[in-house]
Design a protein around this ligand. Structure first.
Ligand SMILES: NC(=O)c1ccc[n+]([C@@H]2O[C@H](COP(=O)([O-])OP(=O)(O)OC[C@H]3O[C@@H](n4cnc5c(N)ncnc54)[C@H](O)[C@@H]3O)[C@@H](O)[C@H]2O)c1
Length: 415
């Protein structure tokens, strides 16, 4: 087969590589010339795909920024961003742009699949009319489906291949064709009746996480006031073999998904005269967490008779989660901003994030910075560091991820 992938980010590049590994020819398209040249040169910029893995299938991947190249594709997967605009409403600009460019080269017989996370109705009401503006009809001429990407960057136990792929087609034939396509790279597919059901499935998964993270974050703030160790409570509750699922408190949510996707549904729900209160409340609590954590730093410094102003504060981990370099919506950015605004001398160490655009900060060498810091704040726990050992040699160590639980030392404060 000849498979086109539009948008070579965290979702698109792994898909392109998976199809190439399955023996398909891949047309990998992005509007970002830096990404196109990196892929063409076999240099991966996504942690989950090593450059060696990319290079091994490079003969089957054609990197391009020209939509005309997609005319040869049997199937085209759209993996462009779906962000929020400044009013926190869905910004379908990248999807519209991709669909309009694709429409210009659309061929009879092609299967188009949208993978980007979005509100129910996007595939049918937004994407389909743009594709049909060519005169080609979904059903008789082309096929259209939605299949949400479930990739969890940095994860190795569940990957594209062994995570079931949910698919909803506009027509039964659309569904059959998309199913056949994904079975080339996924062990299991899950067929649902409509694209809307598939769109809402993805949102349910993300909202489920967001709401449960907010719940445990709220309890963490309460437990702190009550003098109870929330980590001990989460560990104990997790021993229940049924009816409980572990979620951990932390400095807030980051990445392109959890802080953004639920609000696609909130926006859509308003058109159905519903307000999605769980989503709003979860968003409110999770957005407050970086501010709460900055306050924890302030209190901890106060306890050792130091103000934030003039104190040297070292942030460990700037990306939004361990093992990846993605800083989108990372709570570390907000914590750095707040503490810098209060006069703290803030630096950070993160081997995955060499510099923080906009702040002028660059990752500093760990040992020297720990020795000099008045307080070390663990915001994101990357693998490979011994945080107990770092805590032991810090003047004051604040653990926002619970990785030091079990350690009882005086200079240690946990969320
Ligand atoms: N990152 C994740 O973990 C994850 C997981 C599941 C679902 N998703 C969803 O998948 C979608 C893509 O996310 P991502 O993290 O891969 O985004 P990303 O920003 O990493 O990659 C998107 C790519 O699309 C390109 N692009 C933008 N407009 C384009 C256009 N008109 N034509 C061609 N290319 C264009 C960008 O240059 C970028 O390289 C989003 O809807 C996201 O919510 C992401």
């Amino acid at each position: 087969m000849n498979v086109g992938v539009i948008g070579l980010g965290y979702v698109g590049l792994p898909l392109a590589v998976a199809f190439a590994e399955a023996g398909d020819d891949v047309i990998a398209l992005d509007v970002d010339p830096i990404k196109v040249s990196a892929v063409a040169g076999g240099d991966s910029y996504i942690e989950d795909i090593s450059s060696e893995r990319l290079r091994a299938v490079l003969p089957r991947i054609r990197a391009t920024y020209r939509y005309a190249d997609l005319a040869k594709a049997d199937a085209v997967l759209i993996c462009v961003p779906t962000p929020l605009n400044d009013n926190r409403e869905p910004d379908l600009g990248p999807l519209d742009a991709a669909a309009k460019s694709l429409a210009q080269v659309l061929q009879p017989g092609q299967l188009i699949v949208l993978e980007s996370t979005t509100y129910p109705g996007t595939t049918r009401e937004r994407l389909m009319p743009l594709l049909e503006s060519t005169g080609l009809r979904v059903g008789p001429d082309i096929n259209l489906a939605f299949s949400p990407e479930r990739v969890d960057p940095g994860r190795t136990d569940f990957t594209l291949g062994n995570t079931p792929k949910v698919i909803g087609g506009i027509t039964p034939v659309c569904l059959d064709r998309a199913d056949e396509l994904y079975r080339r790279v996924c062990e299991k597919t899950v067929r649902v009746s409509t694209p809307e059901a598939a769109e809402l499935t993805k949102l349910l998964e993300n909202i489920f996480r967001s709401v449960n993270i907010a719940l445990v974050n709220e309890l963490a703030m309460l437990a702190e006031r009550m003098g109870i160790d929330i980590w001990e409570v989460v560990d104990a509750a997790s021993t229940k073999p049924y009816g409980f699922m572990r979620f951990e408190p932390g400095p807030g949510m980051g990445g392109h998904c959890l802080p953004v996707d639920p609000f696609y549904l909130t926006w859509r729900a308003r058109q159905f005269h519903m307000s999605t209160e769980f989503i709003e409340l979860a968003g409110k609590i999770n957005q407050h967490m970086p501010y709460h954590c900055a306050e924890r730093v302030e209190w901890a410094l106060n306890d050792v008779a130091k103000p934030v102003k003039g104190s040297r504060i070292l942030i460990l981990g700037a990306s939004y989660k361990g093992g990846v370099g993605d800083i989108r919506e990372s709570p570390a950015l907000r914590i750095i901003e707040v503490l810098t605004g209060r006069g703290g001398i803030v630096s950070y160490h993160d081997e995955y994030v060499p510099s923080l655009p906009g702040s002028g900060l660059e990752s500093v060498p760990l040992d020297e910075a720990v020795a000099q810091a008045d307080v070390v704040v663990l915001v994101t726990a990357h693998p490979g560091l011994d945080y107990g050992e770092i805590a032991a040699r810090s003047a004051l160590f604040i653990d926002l991820r619970g990785v030091t639980r079990g350690l009882q030392v005086e200079n240690l404060v946990r969320l």
